[in-house]
Design a protein around this ligand. Structure first.
Ligand SMILES: C[S@@+](CC[C@H](N)C(=O)[O-])C[C@H]1O[C@@H](n2cnc3c(N)ncnc32)[C@H](O)[C@@H]1O
Length: 223
Protein backbone atom coordinates (compact mmCIF):
# COMPACT_ATOMS: atom_id res chain seq x y z
CA UNK A 1 0.00 0.00 0.00
CA UNK A 2 1.20 3.55 -0.72
CA UNK A 3 1.04 6.28 1.90
CA UNK A 4 -1.88 7.78 -0.09
CA UNK A 5 -3.72 4.47 0.33
CA UNK A 6 -2.87 4.50 4.04
CA UNK A 7 -4.29 8.01 4.34
CA UNK A 8 -7.49 7.02 2.56
CA UNK A 9 -7.86 3.92 4.73
CA UNK A 10 -7.37 5.98 7.89
CA UNK A 11 -9.90 8.58 6.78
CA UNK A 12 -12.46 5.90 6.00
CA UNK A 13 -11.90 4.20 9.36
CA UNK A 14 -12.30 7.51 11.22
CA UNK A 15 -15.38 8.51 9.23
CA UNK A 16 -17.05 5.15 9.80
CA UNK A 17 -16.01 5.17 13.46
CA UNK A 18 -17.77 8.49 14.07
CA UNK A 19 -20.87 7.16 12.30
CA UNK A 20 -20.94 4.06 14.48
CA UNK A 21 -19.85 5.66 17.75
CA UNK A 22 -22.07 8.74 17.57
CA UNK A 23 -24.15 7.80 20.63
CA UNK A 24 -21.16 6.64 22.67
CA UNK A 25 -19.10 9.72 21.82
CA UNK A 26 -21.96 12.07 22.66
CA UNK A 27 -22.38 10.45 26.09
CA UNK A 28 -18.65 10.70 26.83
CA UNK A 29 -18.26 14.24 25.47
CA UNK A 30 -20.86 15.71 27.83
CA UNK A 31 -19.54 18.39 30.15
CA UNK A 32 -16.67 19.66 28.05
CA UNK A 33 -14.25 22.49 28.61
CA UNK A 34 -15.05 24.51 25.50
CA UNK A 35 -16.65 27.54 27.14
CA UNK A 36 -13.44 29.39 27.96
CA UNK A 37 -11.98 28.59 24.56
CA UNK A 38 -15.10 29.84 22.83
CA UNK A 39 -15.00 33.05 24.88
CA UNK A 40 -11.46 33.63 23.69
CA UNK A 41 -12.39 32.86 20.09
CA UNK A 42 -15.32 35.29 20.31
CA UNK A 43 -13.12 38.08 21.60
CA UNK A 44 -10.14 37.45 19.30
CA UNK A 45 -11.90 36.88 15.97
CA UNK A 46 -13.08 39.79 13.85
CA UNK A 47 -16.85 40.04 13.35
CA UNK A 48 -18.19 37.52 10.86
CA UNK A 49 -19.00 33.92 10.15
CA UNK A 50 -17.44 31.03 12.11
CA UNK A 51 -16.70 27.57 10.74
CA UNK A 52 -16.72 24.59 13.10
CA UNK A 53 -14.51 22.11 11.19
CA UNK A 54 -15.05 18.53 12.32
CA UNK A 55 -18.05 19.75 14.28
CA UNK A 56 -19.22 16.34 15.45
CA UNK A 57 -22.82 16.54 16.63
CA UNK A 58 -22.47 20.30 17.04
CA UNK A 59 -22.98 20.49 20.78
CA UNK A 60 -19.43 21.54 21.71
CA UNK A 61 -19.01 24.67 19.58
CA UNK A 62 -21.54 25.02 16.78
CA UNK A 63 -24.55 25.19 19.05
CA UNK A 64 -23.22 27.82 21.49
CA UNK A 65 -21.97 29.98 18.62
CA UNK A 66 -25.05 29.63 16.42
CA UNK A 67 -27.16 32.03 18.49
CA UNK A 68 -24.58 34.81 18.23
CA UNK A 69 -22.91 34.68 14.85
CA UNK A 70 -23.44 33.29 11.40
CA UNK A 71 -22.01 29.77 11.55
CA UNK A 72 -21.27 26.77 9.39
CA UNK A 73 -20.53 23.26 10.56
CA UNK A 74 -18.68 20.64 8.57
CA UNK A 75 -18.07 16.98 9.31
CA UNK A 76 -17.30 14.04 7.05
CA UNK A 77 -19.31 11.59 9.15
CA UNK A 78 -22.87 11.46 7.84
CA UNK A 79 -24.22 10.61 11.31
CA UNK A 80 -22.37 13.47 13.00
CA UNK A 81 -23.36 15.96 10.30
CA UNK A 82 -27.00 14.87 10.56
CA UNK A 83 -26.95 15.39 14.32
CA UNK A 84 -25.23 18.77 13.97
CA UNK A 85 -27.88 19.86 11.50
CA UNK A 86 -30.42 19.46 14.27
CA UNK A 87 -28.67 22.11 16.39
CA UNK A 88 -27.91 24.45 13.46
CA UNK A 89 -30.50 23.61 10.80
CA UNK A 90 -29.42 24.28 7.23
CA UNK A 91 -25.94 25.37 8.26
CA UNK A 92 -24.13 22.02 8.29
CA UNK A 93 -22.51 20.23 5.38
CA UNK A 94 -21.09 16.74 5.15
CA UNK A 95 -17.60 17.34 3.78
CA UNK A 96 -13.89 16.91 4.28
CA UNK A 97 -11.49 19.40 5.86
CA UNK A 98 -8.97 18.72 3.12
CA UNK A 99 -11.31 20.23 0.51
CA UNK A 100 -13.62 22.75 2.15
CA UNK A 101 -16.76 23.47 0.14
CA UNK A 102 -16.63 27.21 0.92
CA UNK A 103 -15.51 30.29 -1.03
CA UNK A 104 -12.24 32.09 -0.31
CA UNK A 105 -12.17 34.60 2.54
CA UNK A 106 -15.67 33.94 3.83
CA UNK A 107 -14.96 33.21 7.51
CA UNK A 108 -13.72 35.30 10.43
CA UNK A 109 -12.76 32.22 12.46
CA UNK A 110 -12.34 28.48 12.10
CA UNK A 111 -12.55 26.25 15.18
CA UNK A 112 -11.36 22.65 14.87
CA UNK A 113 -11.96 21.04 18.25
CA UNK A 114 -10.29 17.60 18.52
CA UNK A 115 -10.70 16.99 14.78
CA UNK A 116 -7.32 17.58 13.10
CA UNK A 117 -5.89 14.96 15.48
CA UNK A 118 -7.58 12.40 13.20
CA UNK A 119 -6.22 13.76 9.90
CA UNK A 120 -3.35 11.74 8.42
CA UNK A 121 -0.09 13.71 8.82
CA UNK A 122 0.43 13.89 5.07
CA UNK A 123 -2.88 15.72 4.66
CA UNK A 124 -2.56 18.17 7.55
CA UNK A 125 -0.70 20.82 5.48
CA UNK A 126 -3.66 20.82 3.06
CA UNK A 127 -6.09 21.31 5.94
CA UNK A 128 -4.21 24.36 7.21
CA UNK A 129 -3.98 25.74 3.66
CA UNK A 130 -7.73 25.27 3.37
CA UNK A 131 -8.31 27.10 6.66
CA UNK A 132 -6.12 29.97 5.39
CA UNK A 133 -8.02 30.05 2.09
CA UNK A 134 -11.50 30.32 3.62
CA UNK A 135 -10.49 32.83 6.33
CA UNK A 136 -10.37 36.54 5.70
CA UNK A 137 -7.08 38.31 6.57
CA UNK A 138 -6.77 38.67 10.35
CA UNK A 139 -9.07 35.68 10.87
CA UNK A 140 -8.41 33.26 13.71
CA UNK A 141 -7.94 29.49 13.69
CA UNK A 142 -8.27 27.42 16.86
CA UNK A 143 -7.01 23.84 16.52
CA UNK A 144 -6.21 20.92 18.81
CA UNK A 145 -3.00 18.94 18.87
CA UNK A 146 -1.02 16.93 21.42
CA UNK A 147 1.72 18.14 23.71
CA UNK A 148 3.79 15.54 21.85
CA UNK A 149 3.41 13.82 18.50
CA UNK A 150 1.66 10.45 18.57
CA UNK A 151 0.05 8.21 15.95
CA UNK A 152 -1.93 5.11 16.78
CA UNK A 153 -5.11 3.14 16.86
CA UNK A 154 -7.62 1.84 19.41
CA UNK A 155 -9.54 -1.22 18.18
CA UNK A 156 -12.47 -0.72 20.58
CA UNK A 157 -12.55 3.00 21.22
CA UNK A 158 -14.65 4.10 24.20
CA UNK A 159 -15.68 0.42 24.47
CA UNK A 160 -18.13 1.22 21.67
CA UNK A 161 -17.19 -1.65 19.38
CA UNK A 162 -15.52 0.34 16.59
CA UNK A 163 -11.86 1.19 15.93
CA UNK A 164 -10.44 4.72 15.83
CA UNK A 165 -7.14 6.19 14.63
CA UNK A 166 -5.21 9.34 15.41
CA UNK A 167 -2.25 11.14 13.87
CA UNK A 168 -1.32 13.83 16.36
CA UNK A 169 1.54 16.08 15.25
CA UNK A 170 2.34 17.92 18.48
CA UNK A 171 3.07 21.61 18.98
CA UNK A 172 6.27 22.08 17.01
CA UNK A 173 5.14 20.38 13.81
CA UNK A 174 1.69 21.94 14.03
CA UNK A 175 3.19 25.40 14.52
CA UNK A 176 5.49 24.88 11.53
CA UNK A 177 2.59 23.85 9.30
CA UNK A 178 0.39 26.71 10.48
CA UNK A 179 3.18 29.19 9.77
CA UNK A 180 3.78 27.67 6.33
CA UNK A 181 0.07 28.26 5.60
CA UNK A 182 0.34 31.94 6.57
CA UNK A 183 -0.66 31.89 10.25
CA UNK A 184 1.07 33.29 13.32
CA UNK A 185 0.60 31.22 16.48
CA UNK A 186 -0.13 33.61 19.36
CA UNK A 187 -1.45 31.45 22.22
CA UNK A 188 -1.50 27.86 23.39
CA UNK A 189 -3.72 26.45 26.13
CA UNK A 190 -3.33 23.00 27.68
CA UNK A 191 -6.13 20.55 28.36
CA UNK A 192 -6.41 17.50 30.57
CA UNK A 193 -8.51 15.22 28.40
CA UNK A 194 -11.13 13.34 30.39
CA UNK A 195 -12.86 11.70 27.43
CA UNK A 196 -13.51 8.03 28.07
CA UNK A 197 -11.92 8.09 31.51
CA UNK A 198 -14.30 7.37 34.37
CA UNK A 199 -14.67 10.21 36.81
CA UNK A 200 -12.22 12.46 35.00
CA UNK A 201 -13.53 15.68 33.55
CA UNK A 202 -11.73 17.59 30.83
CA UNK A 203 -10.30 20.88 32.06
CA UNK A 204 -8.02 23.59 30.80
CA UNK A 205 -4.55 24.07 32.27
CA UNK A 206 -1.49 26.10 31.35
CA UNK A 207 0.14 24.90 28.14
CA UNK A 208 3.39 24.18 29.98
CA UNK A 209 1.69 22.34 32.86
CA UNK A 210 2.86 18.76 33.45
CA UNK A 211 -0.83 17.80 33.48
CA UNK A 212 -1.48 19.01 29.91
CA UNK A 213 -2.21 16.15 27.51
CA UNK A 214 -3.41 18.08 24.51
CA UNK A 215 -3.07 21.67 23.41
CA UNK A 216 -5.36 24.21 21.81
CA UNK A 217 -3.44 26.46 19.45
CA UNK A 218 -4.74 29.93 18.58
CA UNK A 219 -3.32 31.27 15.32
CA UNK A 220 -4.08 34.40 13.33
CA UNK A 221 -3.96 34.61 9.55
CA UNK A 222 -1.57 37.35 8.53
CA UNK A 223 -3.31 40.44 7.11
C1 LIG B 1 -13.24 13.93 18.38
S1 LIG B 1 -14.55 14.41 17.31
C2 LIG B 1 -14.77 16.09 17.78
C3 LIG B 1 -16.15 16.60 17.52
C4 LIG B 1 -16.41 18.01 18.05
N1 LIG B 1 -15.55 18.99 17.39
C5 LIG B 1 -16.19 18.04 19.54
O1 LIG B 1 -15.39 18.86 20.02
O2 LIG B 1 -16.84 17.28 20.25
C6 LIG B 1 -13.73 14.59 15.73
C7 LIG B 1 -14.69 14.90 14.59
O3 LIG B 1 -13.90 15.27 13.45
C8 LIG B 1 -14.48 14.68 12.30
N2 LIG B 1 -13.42 14.57 11.29
C9 LIG B 1 -12.25 13.92 11.38
N3 LIG B 1 -11.53 14.06 10.27
C10 LIG B 1 -12.28 14.84 9.42
C11 LIG B 1 -12.08 15.35 8.11
N4 LIG B 1 -10.97 15.06 7.41
N5 LIG B 1 -13.03 16.14 7.58
C12 LIG B 1 -14.17 16.41 8.27
N6 LIG B 1 -14.43 15.94 9.51
C13 LIG B 1 -13.49 15.17 10.08
C14 LIG B 1 -15.02 13.35 12.80
O4 LIG B 1 -16.01 12.80 11.96
C15 LIG B 1 -15.54 13.72 14.18
O5 LIG B 1 -16.91 14.09 14.16
Amino acid sequence: MTSDDDGLAQRELVRRGYDELAETYAAEREGNENDALLDRLRSDAPPGRVLDAGCGDGTSALSPLAGERPVAGLDFSREQATRANEVAPGRVVQGDMTALPFADGTFAAVGAFYSIIHVPAGETPTVYEEFARVLSPGGVALVTTGTEGWAGRNDDWLAGGAPMEWDILGLDRSTGLLEAAGFTVYETVGVVDGLGQDGKTSRLVAADSDEAEKLFIFARLES
